[in-house]
Design a protein around this ligand. Sequence first.
Ligand SMILES: C[S@@+](CC[C@H](N)C(=O)[O-])C[C@H]1O[C@@H](n2cnc3c(N)ncnc32)[C@H](O)[C@@H]1O
Length: 319
Amino acid sequence: MATWGERGLEFEVLTPWRRCLNGLANPWRNYLLPKALLQWVVRRSKSPLIQETLRKPGGWQSMAIIYANPAPNGLLDGWAVQHSPLAMATRNRRKLITARLEELLRAIPDHEVLTAVGIGAGPGVHLRDALRSCGRRPDQFRVYLIDRDMSACQEIERNAAELSWHDSWRFIHGDARSIRDLLPCVQPHLVKMVGLIEYLSDGELKELLAALRSVMRPGARLLTHGLVDRYGNSPFLERTFGLRHHRRTGPELAGLLTESGFKDIRCWETPMRIFPVCLATRDEVVPQKDRCQAELLQSPGLVDVSRTPRVARGPQHGR
Ligand SMILES: C[S@@+](CC[C@H](N)C(=O)[O-])C[C@H]1O[C@@H](n2cnc3c(N)ncnc32)[C@H](O)[C@@H]1O
């Protein structure tokens, strides 16, 4: 591991030897070997990560295995979990995003009830870890974790019970593009979107950004990332697992964010340079007055979702 950047964050880097192996394997797995053969090999693999990726490409459970980085179950599993550039960069991304979130959380005064939303959040590990390390009390935050996969709910509820965050940490089941309906009275200070936009076309991403912008308070921050196929693994992932990633460099993502009403964009890289992490600020244009506006103006930390029809579970806030 290499120590890199400020605050002594430790990131994983591909050794020159593994870089060389990756370069040699690419033409074979990307183009030369028949797709049917690759699919046969991975289907027979005992790797939990490979099986999970086949079961649900782009699901949060694959991320959870990559983060846990368990002892390998065979050669293929060792490659997929420990040494594949995407898995290494995913763990690096987690560290960088968590550190950035922690800074953002610390910048919000303790007397203000911080409202944050995780989009395509799975079990919400980034926000959970950042909140824990900055030591914010549960009465000082409200976090909503939106995911269209109901299976994230159980993990979120387990965390809420373990950390005594019952009233502050909740799962919202649904499509994030409908955030206005899912959370009609919530105006977040902070939105985090990790592991999602690489599955969205530019058009779909702009639709999502417009929906987010419509609920975020002026000056609120959005933390997200692009994806660059720096190690040339995309064709293999697409033909073998059906994982089709939309690639965006930091400047390309910054351009889309600017077009969508965000400003003051800053981007950071980790040493693998696969996921440029971008922080953007919602512009100051005041959202259109709607039925919740009067309440929101009276109570900056308001999180009254009692009229939200699609909230899956958990306690009601702000009553
Ligand atoms: C790769 S996982 C990332 C999970 C988590 N953010 C992480 O980084 O560990 C992507 C998640 O986004 C969710 N998702 C995809 N499209 C979505 C949408 N339109 N609305 C809500 N969730 C969505 C999926 O169900 C999945 O759990």
